[in-house]
Write a protein that binds this ligand. Structure first.
Ligand code: PLP
Length: 496
């Protein structure tokens, strides 16, 4: 059975999975969604016997139906290999009664690696399948982690170039250092004077610009996206929720069919949407707890049914969640609107013109599985501190937002369902914030001294990704205004 994809904003066009991966965004500005969400075909007991790679195949083959078995297995093999520092790929660690699904064991020590280590292979396979002659230019806006993970995934991949825009003053020093030291003859990194939403809007505008597309085509290029709007990012993320559940079954922590809750530190809504898709596939997920930081647009949305981006943008210690426009929410809106593209389009137009929209009561009723919560800076820091004091386990700031939201949720709801927290970054990626939360005395120490201190107190090895940047040379220093993004791209690609 083949599964096709259509846009969230129009009814007419359907494409195959490989075409959706190549295009990234639909021509009408909508996001590609599967025309139906497939059900898991293996029993939960059977899944519990599979490795991460085998689970990936079982899940992804249901969505990427135009890939042959060989093609897909080949992509999976190339992605989930020794680039990850643990054979389990995504280990589940129990601390203080909760299960932390560690999604940060890949090359850039954040969860973006889970999808971005496979996307280049899905994309180049898709290009071959569709007889694409042009080189693929990956254009990406990043709040910090996507950029590095995409750069690492695409560096020196033949037939591709990658251009990453990041907010110059909106990422952590380690995130910035990771990006500007990226090797590869096809990699370009640009800081913009603006925030993540500016970067994302600029990228979206370029994707929608027909004149630019024509000039690109004449020069032998076409755009694709590595952002979490690409279905090739979303599908690999569904895998680890199935895997987490199957580990709980395999370890005797839950019985087959018993619900688990998931808590996801959320920014662009990609990670939690993958959990929602997993639930729709038949995975026994109870509540989907959506955790925000001080930029709590989503919390307000779940509370009121109104999505309103008209507010101050707040820089926090969890920068990958500093987002006011959660792009992937559009896919959820489409579902709860009863797969109604016209309704979705109207709401998204309202978001562009007025900066807000309100959903109907019947749509709101479809959101009963979601719980919105948020944790401010103080709560996030004390979560890191308290968990370390109690168990010795150290979590990063993003994961701490989720853990803090979950702590509040349990206190008020007394829900005893076994719960998995998506642990989205290594504490080594946000060492300063993490260490200062543990003890104020660390405030005076240098960044790399803090790294060694973290290694000592957490009794974990410093990840290779951090060792690599201790001495790396800065290779990228382009900075532009948020209005100059397109001309920067034109310069890089020698279009003018
Ligand atoms: C990207 C990111 C998030 C947010 O994930 P979304 O899929 O954008 O909601 C959370 N934590 C970390 C560490 C991230 O890199």
């Amino acid at each position: 059975m083949s599964l096709l994809y259509k846009s969230t904003r129009s009814e007419d066009v359907t494409v195959t999975a490989s075409q959706a991966i190549l295009k990234g965004l639909a021509d009408d500005g909508g996001l590609f969604v599967p025309t139906s969400i497939p059900k898991l075909t293996r029993s939960l007991g059977e899944l519990a016997k599979l490795s991460y790679q085998e689970t990936a195949y079982e899940v992804m083959r249901l969505f990427l139906t135009d890939f042959t078995e060989d093609e897909l297995k080949n992509c999976i093999q190339k992605a989930y290999d020794s680039k990850f520092d643990t054979e389990e790929i995504a280990p589940l660690v129990k601390a203080d009664g909760v299960y932390y699904l560690e999604l940060f064991h890949g090359a850039t020590i954040a969860f973006k690696d889970m999808a971005l280590s496979i996307l280049p292979h899905l994309l180049t396979t898709s290009a071959k399948k569709n007889a694409v002659k042009n080189d693929i230019v990956i254009l990406t806006a990043t709040s910090g982690d996507t950029g590095k993970a995409a750069l690492a995934g695409f560096a020196d991949v033949e037939g591709t170039k990658i251009i990453v825009f990041y907010p110059k003053d909106g990422v952590s020093p380690i995130q910035e250092k990771q990006m500007v030291t990226q090797k590869g003859t096809n990699t370009y990194v640009v800081g913009i004077k603006g925030n993540f939403d500016d970067a994302q809007s600029g990228v979206k505008a370029m994707f929608g610009n027909k004149d630019l597309a024509k000039a690109m085509d004449q020069a032998g290029y076409q755009f694709s996206s590595a952002n979490s709007i690409n279905i090739g990012r979303l599908v690999p993320q569904i895998v680890y929720y199935v895997y987490a559940y199957s580990r709980l079954v395999a370890n005797g922590e839950i019985v087959e069919g018993e619900n688990m809750n998931v808590v996801v530190p959320t920014g662009n809504f990609g990670n939690i949407l993958a959990a929602y898709y997993a639930k729709n596939m038949g995975l026994p997920i109870g509540k989907l707890i959506c955790a925000s930081n001080d930029n709590k647009v989503l919390f307000d949305f779940f509370q009121t049914g109104t999505y309103d981006r008209n507010r101050e943008f707040i820089l926090t210690t969890s920068p990958s969640m500093d987002i006011l426009i959660s792009s992937n929410l559009e896919r959820l809106i489409y579902r709860i609107a009863g797969n109604d593209a016209m309704k979705t389009k109207d709401l998204m137009t309202a978001l562009t013109t007025a900066g807000k929209y309100e959903i109907t009561d019947s749509m709101k009723a479809e959101l009963s599985d979601f719980v919105g919560g948020y944790a401010d800076e103080a709560k996030t820091a004390s979560m890191i501190h308290d968990l370390y004091e109690k168990t010795g386990y150290v979590i990063d700031t993003h994961t701490a937002v989720a853990a803090a939201v979950y702590r509040d949720y349990v206190a008020s709801n007394k829900d005893t369902t076994k719960t998995v927290i998506a642990s989205t970054a290594s504490p080594y990626k946000f060492t300063r914030s993490v260490m200062e939360a543990i003890d104020e005395k660390y405030a005076s120490m240098e960044d790399f001294a803090l790294v060694d201190e973290l290694s000592a107190i957490a009794r974990t090895k410093v990840p290779q990704a951090i060792e690599d940047i201790r001495s790396a040379k800065i290779l990228h220093d382009t900075v532009c205004d948020k209005t100059e993004m397109q001309s920067t791209v034109e310069t890089i690609l020698k279009l003018k």
